[in-house]
Design a protein around this ligand. Sequence first.
Ligand code: ZN
Length: 77
Amino acid sequence: MPKPDLFTGTAWEKPPRQKPRVMAHVADAGVDSICFECPQCGWESGWIDYDFSLTEAKRGIPCENCNKESNHEQKSH
Ligand SMILES: [Zn+2]
């Protein structure tokens, strides 16, 4: 009788429902613009208008590169 094998199960095939988003953090900031860099992949937002509150800037913005890959599964809801 075959033993159930945890590692060939389907548990790991499905990504968790809520994938933690990869956030790019502030790499540099000027007066009017700010630059974010992703610690995961090195993606840089480039200089964008400083349109954030300080809190938002500190938290970072979602990395376009890292979050692009999960776009397949994330249908707009
Ligand atoms: Zn990234």
